[in-house]
Design a protein around this ligand. Structure first.
Ligand SMILES: Cc1cc2nc3c(=O)[nH]c(=O)nc-3n(C[C@H](O)[C@H](O)[C@H](O)COP(=O)(O)OP(=O)(O)OC[C@H]3O[C@@H](n4cnc5c(N)ncnc54)[C@H](O)[C@@H]3O)c2cc1C
Length: 470
């Protein structure tokens, strides 16, 4: 059968979820000439869950290359007014006493990265180039891209509650408002609580009730990791007034040392504000053993005294830092567990947190989401892609992306273990030492940041040629 560009353009794709991943996928497909509709549960894009799930998000060089390749980086950079250079890699300090330096992660002069900081009150975007990170004021990743969407093809208040297969060549997306939409392909970028994932994993979830091909709106595989993340923004001036000696204004810092806790900080707004995330993880019972009840929110407010009591064993500067968080909130961190055995079912694929929602210890979840979007855009917009071979195309996506997405998911969990005294070196010596930390974390970002995205495309196309699809 002959395929050409005109026929490719007839491919109709539905993207479910307009967060970072869904937005980039939809924009990439649209730029490539694909007929794409974006369905988002929120009333508008910037009201989406993006704000809820992370005050700060950093993108590594892999994510930057995706944005470059999809011709979206300039739109993001257009919003940037460089303010202050900040080296990207972490400094690891003891969480206790004088917070002495444990390990300085080596910098790579070729690295480019992007960091975004967002809260209810304030939003910043920063670009990291050749070891330096620059911040700008009051813009976010989504705000930089949202004006590019086709308003006629973007549908709000469309909460996907399930999918069905009306015929061999179509997929139907069913929404909470009673409406539905059909497409040749459905891409589920609906985040960690993905309903599209429930459809994809249903065959492997024998215990869940399946009515024909239709799946009820049960969120599957989003498991509470026994990890709570306290988040907040701290004005540097307040730390100075309190006599805090540790300099949080120039580098990302990880305060390590407790058996179940560590604190991450990141300077924003010319170092005048410190972004803080304090983690507490319970390891005495397995993930999912004590789930958050379905009717309880994942993000809840906390008082400062509750927060300080939680981290009472930490050193003075760490406690001063936490005491300055104006309105602490705590997030019950969920992850996809066990990692998916398939990102694809027929004409339906999951991507982003829907596929591999992970603990945020590597700062790599959004980067993996963009890698998913990139490969799908490249394969679905290939001149030989067609309604008849999309299932094989999605299988190639699954073969290439799933091992890597799942690897980053599991490595992210390991990094949290390392920071809290459960890394391989610490388990063998019984304590966190500079040598052990170095041995466990050195080079851990190399494979994540410097992955060959072009090789992924070539490998996927080779699979499709072998399968006779291309
Ligand atoms: C504290 C913290 C720090 C982090 N730091 C980093 C970092 O530094 N670097 C990094 O790379 N990653 C980081 N992450 C992870 C990163 O934020 C996520 O991996 C990324 O936002 C996932 O994007 P997504 O588009 O897949 O999902 P989301 O951002 O969750 O977007 C999902 C979208 O789908 C919509 N939606 C949900 N359900 C439905 C439905 N049923 N129907 C229709 N629409 C629906 C939502 O409204 C939302 O718009 C961090 C996460 C946290 C919590």
């Amino acid at each position: 059968m002959a395929f050409d560009n005109e026929r490719t353009k007839q491919l109709k794709v539905a993207v479910v979820g307009g967060g970072m991943c869904g937005l980039v996928a939809a924009l990439g497909l649209r730029k490539a000439g694909i007929d794409v509709d974006l369905y988002e549960s929120a009333r508008r894009l910037l009201e989406s869950k993006f704000g809820e799930i992370g005050a700060g998000v950093g993108l590594g060089p892999n994510a930057i290359r995706v944005l470059e390749q999809l011709e979206l980086l300039d739109d993001v950079l257009a919003r940037i007014a460089p303010e202050m250079p900040v080296p990207r890699p972490f400094r690891y300090l003891s969480g206790f006493e004088d917070h002495e330096l444990i390990y300085d992660y080596p910098t790579n002069t070729e690295d480019k990265g992007l960091g975004i900081h967002r809260s209810a009150e304030v939003a910043y975007l920063c670009i990291c180039e050749r070891k330096l990170m620059f911040y700008t004021h009051r813009v976010t990743f989504l705000e930089a891209l949202v004006h590019l969407v086709d308003s006629n093809k973007t549908h709000f208040n469309k909460r996907c509650i399930g999918l069905s297969i009306p015929s061999d060549s179509r997929v139907q997306i069913n929404f909470a408002d009673g409406t539905s939409a059909e497409a040749d392909v459905a891409l589920g970028a609906d985040g960690i609580r993905s309903n599209v994932r429930s459809f994809v994993v249903a065959p492997a979830e024998q215990e869940n009730s399946v009515n024909g091909n239709e799946i009820k709106a049960t969120v599957m595989r989003a498991v509470f990791t026994n990890t709570y993340a306290y988040r907040g923004l701290v004005p540097t001036e307040e730390l100075r007034k309190l006599g805090v000696k540790t300099d949080f204004t120039k580098r990302p810092i990880c305060l390590t040392g407790s058996e179940k806790q560590h604190i991450i900080t990141f300077p924003i707004k010319n170092g005048t504000v410190i972004n803080v995330v304090a983690f507490t993880c319970e390891r005495s019972y397995p993930w999912g053993a004590k789930p958050i009840p379905q009717d309880k929110p994942w993000v809840t407010p906390r008082t400062t005294s509750e927060l300080l009591a939680e981290y009472a064993g930490f050193g003075r500067d760490a406690l001063m830092l936490l005491s300055c968080i104006a309105k602490p909130s705590v997030w019950a961190v969920h992850a996809v567990d066990p990692p998916l055995e398939a990102y694809v079912r027929g004409r339906v694929a999951v991507l982003g947190d829907a596929a591999h929602g992970m603990l945020p210890h590597l700062g790599a979840g959004a980067g993996q989401a963009l890698e998913d979007a990139f490969l799908l855009v490249k394969l679905l917009s290939h001149p030989k892609a067609h309604t008849d071979n999309v299932e094989v195309i999605l299988k190639a996506y699954d073969t290439i992306r799933r091992p890597r997405g799942n690897m980053v998911l599991t490595t992210s969990t390991k990094v949290g273990d390392i920071y809290e005294g459960y890394g391989p070196s610490e388990l063998s010596t019984g304590e966190l030492t500079p040598e052990g930390l170095r041995a466990d974390v050195e080079g851990i970002w190399d494979d994540i940041w410097h992955h060959d995205l072009e090789a992924d495309i070539e490998a996927a196309i080779a699979l499709l040629v072998d399968a006779g699809a291309f």
